[in-house]
Design a protein around this ligand. Structure first.
Ligand SMILES: Cc1cc2nc3c(=O)[nH]c(=O)nc-3n(C[C@H](O)[C@H](O)[C@H](O)COP(=O)(O)OP(=O)(O)OC[C@H]3O[C@@H](n4cnc5c(N)ncnc54)[C@H](O)[C@@H]3O)c2cc1C
Length: 496
């Protein structure tokens, strides 16, 4: 079939009935519900860019086996230049939403590429699993479907294994010659309500007792028994003006709890089955993070550029950029952008062979960036809040600018430096508040903290998995200078 247009994506959603709940209501059509119309439109824009002659070659490639076009995130890379091509496609999509859409389709498309390239790892459970994952990669690639996922067991009691909380977490409950049946919940499926399919696997680190939970498989969002309960939406289309809420109105990615009620999964869609050892090795041995963090850090680069840009614009609008401590803050924020740019390129230049005739980005610089962002991004948000200060709270609604009785005052009192009009300054401060203060902005911050897992444990794993050879060589060379604690060690260079 090849890449889809926005209309084809929307038509696909309309044609698939799904069991999605929001605000106490079952949604009939996600494409017209006010909690989703805008984000469906934003997703459709991404798909449209794939078929637009102006951007088609940047965002897609021709699959040699089919002669059809597919999204660039599916493209196996043979060289560092191919990895740069993938990054440029990620960057283009991310820049269409200022890096605020964490779960654009390329994120999980690149996961499937990783899994397909590491098919042998799945094959350890039996050749059929290796074949299944490759066929699934091809199916999603060739039909250009949109995936969501929910990898985490819901927070019920974090001191207990899933087996000890058996009726809660998603697990296999029955096996037949045709397939398996799964039951229980998983969190958090960002954009799950408007996805086509769910790709299910688990984080590493599950205990032997949880073998019923050690599964990897895929289902359609519309499969019988697949239910989603969405969190409260932060915005509903048509309720708040775009002038007051330009970002939250457009880029709110709803999240849901994903529930499986005796869902049937045919064997062709099972990729790993009751295999704790394989589950716990999956991330490292498929090199999944090498692929996903190349996409996520590229998206985060756009988000950092945008957010730091907002901080700079707010500072300039009131002349606060003339103060030393504000300049220092902004300088620190600018470092983050440079770190991201450098790390991405280093990951490409130092790419590693996959063993399948392809290359993947190096993990270390990408993982460093991933664990840098949970602290770096909140700092930028705090900068915006600190620089704008009470200015956020003096801003009127956009509607006030249209009131003739208020027009003299609204034109006068909200002006910025350098002749910046009141309307322009209010527009900027509204944007900045949407980004840093609204529920939408708080979620964006929470996303950066948690999307790649618990930052405490992921950062600790940087240490636990360190390749310390170079640093310890330096330390040992320096220790050799000290020698033994004897008088001889006080010899002068001349005596030596
Ligand atoms: C906005 C947003 C969107 C998301 N989207 C998705 C998505 O699309 N798909 C998806 O799969 N996931 C998604 N996630 C979930 C994300 O992967 C998790 O939030 C993340 O892995 C952390 O897990 P948790 O939230 O269950 O926190 P927990 O693991 O429950 O941690 C809670 C607290 O307890 C501490 N803690 C818990 N267990 C331990 C332990 N064993 N050792 C030490 N400390 C511990 C943590 O450090 C933390 O302080 C999303 C999260 C957010 C915030």
């Amino acid at each position: 079939m090849g890449v889809r247009s926005g209309k084809q994506f929307v038509d696909g959603l309309k044609a698939s009935q799904r069991d999605v709940w929001i605000n106490g209501e079952k949604i009939e059509d996600v494409t017209t519900h006010p909690a989703f119309t805008r984000i469906v439109h934003q997703l459709a824009r991404l798909y449209d860019a794939q078929v637009d002659p102006a951007t088609r070659d940047k965002l897609t490639y021709v699959v040699p086996e089919t002669g059809e076009r597919a999204g660039m995130a599916f493209m196996p890379a043979r060289t560092a230049a191919d990895l740069a091509r993938r990054r440029e496609a990620y960057y283009h999509w991310a820049s269409m939403n200022f890096g605020l859409m964490g779960r654009s389709p390329d994120f999980l498309n690149t996961s499937l590429l990783a899994f397909s390239e590491a098919r042998k790892v799945f094959g350890r459970g039996g050749q059929k699993f290796a074949d299944n994952i490759v066929k699934y990669y091809e199916y999603i690639r060739d039909n250009d479907l949109f995936l969501s996922h929910a990898l985490i067991t819901p927070q019920n009691d974090r001191t207990k294994s899933s087996a000890e909380q058996k009726n809660l977490h998603m697990r296999v409950i029955k096996e037949t010659p045709e397939g398996i049946y799964v039951q229980g919940a998983r969190m958090v499926a960002t954009l799950g309500a408007v996805a086509d399919e769910m790709l299910m696997y688990c984080l590493p680190g599950i205990p032997e007792s949880d073998s019923d939970h050690a599964l990897a498989f895929a289902v359609k969002v519309s499969d019988p028994g697949v239910r989603q309960i969405c969190r409260e939406p932060y915005t509903l289309d048509g309720q708040r003006s775009d002038f007051d809420h330009p970002l939250s109105n457009n880029f709110e990615e709803n999240d849901s709890l994903l529930i499986f009620n005796n869902v049937f999964v045919p064997w062709e869609r099972v990729f790993m089955y009751r295999d704790v050892a394989l589950n716990n090795a999956l991330y490292n041995e498929t090199a999944l993070r090498n692929y996903t963090s190349h996409q996520t850090n590229t998206r985060a680069l756009v988000k950092m550029q945008f957010s730091v840009g907002v901080a700079v614009a707010v500072a300039r609008s009131i002349g606060a950029d003339k103060f030393l401590h504000v300049q220092r803050m902004l300088g620190e924020a600018l470092n983050g952008i440079e770190f991201l740019k450098s790390g991405l390129v280093r990951a490409e230049v130092e790419c590693e062979q996959t063993g399948y005739g392809t290359v993947r980005p190096a993990l270390a610089p990408l993982q460093a960036l991933r664990t840098f962002l949970p602290t770096a991004y909140p700092k930028v948000v705090e900068m915006i809040q600190t620089i704008a200060a009470g200015g956020f709270m003096m801003m009127p609604s956009g509607a006030d600018f249209a009131v003739p009785d208020l027009s003299e005052e609204t034109a006068l009192y909200y002006q910025g430096t350098g002749g910046m009009s009141s309307v322009d300054r209010a527009r900027l401060f509204k944007l900045a508040w949407d980004l840093s203060g609204e529920a939408f902005g708080s979620r964006l911050l929470q996303y950066e903290r948690y999307y790649a897992g618990d930052p405490v444990r992921t950062t600790a794993s940087n240490y636990l998995q360190v390749d310390d050879r170079e640093m310890m060589t330096l330390v040992n060379e320096a220790l050799a200078l000290a020698g033994d604690p004897s008088a001889a060690s006080r010899r002068s260079a001349a005596a030596a």
